[in-house]
Design a protein around this ligand. Structure first.
Ligand SMILES: C[S@@+](CC[C@H](N)C(=O)[O-])C[C@H]1O[C@@H](n2cnc3c(N)ncnc32)[C@H](O)[C@@H]1O
Length: 233
């Protein structure tokens, strides 16, 4: 994680944002005598971000509707016998942590000196927006990838933290949700994913969400998508 955070810092413009969706990870107990453990990954990562030259800006709490999280079985024991010390809440939240590449310049400087002021105007958020750091969003599901995030989450982050035409980089691309949201919101995107199986999914699905434009994308270390017979754009 430190290596990735460092490399992103290298290519991120001064004062621009790194937004990461992360949550504590549950390590199941190895047997009935063993303990389950929760690794506080967001708090470990926070330290790395600060050491690697970012300033902390915000912690947004993504709340999933009631019902999410029960499948993990956490909290069942307490629900049954109600003995203190056994209390374990069911987790229905994740963090969306917002960092800014360290600079002594104000955010206003990023806006004022942006080379395309028309894009700044075009990117204004019209109408309703999230007024607090609690965002209620339904989780997403993918038949192959176990941990995709919802398109809505990616869209909110991209709208709030970039301008139209900006390059949005996702170093943990999964099945490409960030690319899909970026394309929809008229941003450019760079997706990096280490698992060839997920790269294959991006290559398959990109034709659905990007159409013919997917053939103009540069593909590194993988083949471009295959246009299937009868495919209409
Ligand atoms: C939680 S998933 C992200 C899913 C993505 N947000 C989506 O909606 O599809 C994290 C992804 O990061 C990938 N990953 C982990 N470490 C990586 C690395 N060092 N370089 C590139 N990808 C990495 C994993 O294979 C996994 O697909």
């Amino acid at each position: 994680m430190r290596r990735v955070i460092r490399q992103v810092h290298r290519v991120l413009n001064e004062g621009r944002f790194f937004v990461i969706n992360v949550s504590p990870v549950l390590i199941r107990r190895p047997n009935r005598q063993g303990q389950s453990r929760r690794l506080a990954v967001p708090f470990d990562l926070h330290r790395i971000f600060v050491e690697e030259g970012y300033d902390f800006v915000d912690d947004i709490i993504w709340v999933k509707p009631e019902g999410a999280g029960w499948a993990l079985g956490r909290g069942r024991r307490f629900a049954a016998d109600r003995t203190p010390l056994q209390y374990k809440p069911v987790t229905v939240t994740e963090y969306v942590l917002v960092y800014r590449r360290r600079t002594d310049k104000l955010i206003d400087w990023n806006i004022r000196t942006y080379p395309d002021q028309e894009a700044v105007r075009q990117s204004k958020i019209i109408g309703d927006y999230d007024r607090t750091n609690v965002w209620y969003i339904q989780p997403a599901y993918h038949p192959v990838h176990p941990a995709v995030f919802p398109l809505e989450l990616a869209e909110k982050v991209i709208r709030y933290y970039s301008f139209k035409g900006d390059v949005v980089l996702d170093p943990f691309a999964g099945v490409g949700t960030t690319g899909k949201a970026a394309w929809k919101l008229e941003r450019r995107f760079v997706l990096i994913e280490k698992e060839p199986a997920y790269v294959d999914i991006i290559r398959e699905e990109i034709l659905d969400w990007m159409g013919k434009a997917a053939l103009e994308v540069l593909y590194f270390n993988c083949d471009p998508p295959q246009v299937r017979q009868g495919m209409l754009f």
